[in-house]
Design a protein around this ligand. Structure first.
Ligand SMILES: O=c1ccn([C@H]2C[C@H](O)[C@@H](COP(=O)(O)OP(=O)(O)OP(=O)(O)O)O2)c(=O)[nH]1
Ligand SMILES: [Mg+2]
Length: 145
């Protein structure tokens, strides 16, 4: 298992954890002094009280929790949000409320999930022409919907 260093920049922060043995993401909890209300169509930046040090070649993706999305229209407008391996600041979650009702976030509420993923850096090579394929430039539903 790959080790990832984590720091509680706020001593009240809840450490993320996998809710089940094979969960892809660790749940991330809000770290708040007082409850926060997310108004309909509103967007807020929610602190987690955590900072992480990802190994080179890894990113963390923040994703919505489906239960919150389905029941309350709560999503991450920038999903999957990217936490870079060289980022040392506090991990924060951007939440948006797509519902018609205000949504309250309390300290410790699990508001998102964090998936650790590998990525590659590539070297771009500019050429005159790209290799031919059956698809060619067809896209955006050209095979039918
Ligand atoms: O939901 C998010 C998105 C980003 N970040 C942090 C970690 C990430 O490494 C950094 C930069 O994010 P991103 O590259 O998505 O934002 P940007 O608008 O391109 O800002 P920058 O110019 O700082 O890269 O901000 C978060 O804490 N939460
Ligand atoms: Mg960026």
């Amino acid at each position: 298992m790959i080790k990832v260093h984590i720091v509680r920049v706020n001593r009240k922060a809840v450490l993320p954890r996998y809710a089940t043995r094979h969960a892809a993401g660790m749940d991330l909890a809000a770290c708040l002094d007082e409850p926060l209300v997310l108004q309909p169509s509103g967007v807020v930046l929610v602190p987690t009280g955590l900072a992480i040090e990802l190994p080179e070649g890894f990113e963390a993706q923040l994703r919505p929790r489906s239960g919150l999305a389905l029941k309350h229209g709560i999503t991450l407008p920038n999903a999957p949000a990217t936490i870079d391996a060289d980022y040392r600041g506090e991990v924060k979650v951007i939440l948006a409320n797509l519902s018609q009702d205000p949504f309250e976030v309390n300290h410790g509420d699990r508001i998102a999930q964090m998936v650790i993923a590998r990525y590659e850096h590539v070297r771009l090579e500019e050429v005159e022409e790209l290799g031919a394929t059956e698809r060619g430039s067809g896209g955006f539903g050209h095979t039918g919907v």
